[in-house]
Design a protein around this ligand. Structure first.
Ligand SMILES: NC(=O)c1ccc[n+]([C@@H]2O[C@H](COP(=O)([O-])OP(=O)(O)OC[C@H]3O[C@@H](n4cnc5c(N)ncnc54)[C@H](OP(=O)(O)O)[C@@H]3O)[C@@H](O)[C@H]2O)c1
Length: 339
């Protein structure tokens, strides 16, 4: 049996869902994987940097009351927090910064330098920090995993890493932003854009700032993360032609749905003929039901890959929830622990 100290950097929708999942799966983790765990560090902007070597009660953290016996928040930031919490694994789930990936990259750098596994749901860190963080992880003999960053829990990065050696990815398309899908479908049903945003927020699926979803940033950053990791091409969000869903009115959406070609926010990236660059876009498109992405509804997400060895490989995650996103982080944890 191995005991893991866990650190949570960010404790919002995703961090909390992961804490609940760890509690729900603790017997399975112990009996099947010989993993025991305790949460020894939690940090958010509101809560500050909290560390407790003997572990926090997950129920107190989830109930918003850090135990009375916990020490006051530390003041000097991540390095002191790491020394206090001594985590074996840190789950980084702070808000997306689509322009720089910070401060998540600095946090993950400190985590790997400290000697912990670094697991993130934050795609900004992958787009802007993948090379550096991967090098640090490999030098430290630790894992830098990020399965939840695209398509929540559905295997994308681990699928390529573990099961698709020597393939060349030529193009991909996807429906990567469930908030936009939920808003579009709410408007097709005759309700307003704002009601759609509210519905997505109630599901806990929006970015901290929902403008990142509706203006296409979330999907754009996911395109860049896939390009960087699966195609080894450094695509930046500003390289992607981006158009969000704000200009789609209710009547236009309803007419398209009646026509059998509803609008979706579609992300695309295609390799140039010489393979050195990508043509990438995120924009509303009308899709027929015969399109591999045509039947992706509600909170569902999908990606369609075009590979030299397979003309089409589509992965659809039907109605994933926060629970699913948390599962991506849990799967990364088990994979990191298994070496
Ligand atoms: N929600 C989803 O369905 C989903 C799915 C896949 C990936 N993700 C990614 O997962 C991450 C978290 O999403 P979420 O829905 O959990 O967001 P959230 O509910 O807004 O939570 C973000 C958490 O990070 C903390 N935080 C933000 N900036 C910080 C900073 N500079 N230093 C320390 N803590 C900071 C926040 O603390 P305060 O509340 O105190 O500010 C909060 O605890 C994002 O990167 C998102 O892109 C989300």
């Amino acid at each position: 049996m191995k005991h893991y100290n866990l650190g949570f950097l960010g404790f919002g929708n995703v961090g909390r869902a992961l804490a609940r999942l760890l509690v729900a799966k603790s017997t399975e983790l112990r009996e099947r994987y010989e993993i025991e765990w305790s949460i020894t560090g939690v940090a958010t902007r509101g809560m500050g940097w909290r560390a407790r070597r003997e572990g926090f009660q997950a129920s107190s953290l989830l109930g918003n009351s850090v135990d009375a016996s916990s020490r006051p928040a530390l003041s000097t930031g991540i390095n002191e927090w790491l020394r206090g919490a001594r985590p074996d694994v840190v789950f980084e789930t702070t808000s997306l910064n689509h322009e720089t990936g910070q401060p998540a990259i600095d946090y993950l750098t400190a985590v790997l330098k400290f000697g912990s596994h670094a697991i993130t749901a934050n795609k900004g860190a992958v787009v802007y920090g993948y090379d550096e963080l991967s090098k640090l992880a490999s030098a430290a003999g630790k894992s830098f995993f990020f399965e939840s960053t695209v398509l929540d829990s559905a295997p994308v990065f681990s699928l390529f890493r573990e099961t698709l050696p020597a393939v060349k990815l030529r193009a991909f398309s996807g429906i990567f932003n469930s908030t936009s899908n939920v808003i579009i479908e709410t408007m097709e049903a005759g309700r307003s854009f704002d009601e759609g945003v509210k519905m997505a927020q109630e599901l806990g699926i929006t970015e901290t700032d929902p403008a990142h979803d509706v203006d296409g940033w979330d999907a754009t950053v996911k395109v860049c993360a896939l390009a960087k990791v699966l195609m080894r091409l450094p695509l930046k969000p500003s390289d992607v032609r981006r158009e969000g869903i704000r200009s789609l009115g209710t009547q236009k959406l309803q007419a398209a749905r009646i026509d059998g070609k509803p609008y979706k926010l579609v992300a695309r990236a295609t390799l140039s003929d010489n393979g050195s660059s990508l043509n990438a876009s995120v924009k509303p498109e009308q899709l027929a039901s015969t399109d591999p992405l045509g039947n992706v509804r509600g909170t569902s997400l999908a990606v369609h890959f075009e590979l030299d060895m397979m003309p089409g490989l589509t992965i659809t995650s039907h109605r994933p929830s926060l629970h699913s996103t948390a599962y991506g982080l849990l799967a990364d944890f088990i994979n990191a622990a298994s070496g």
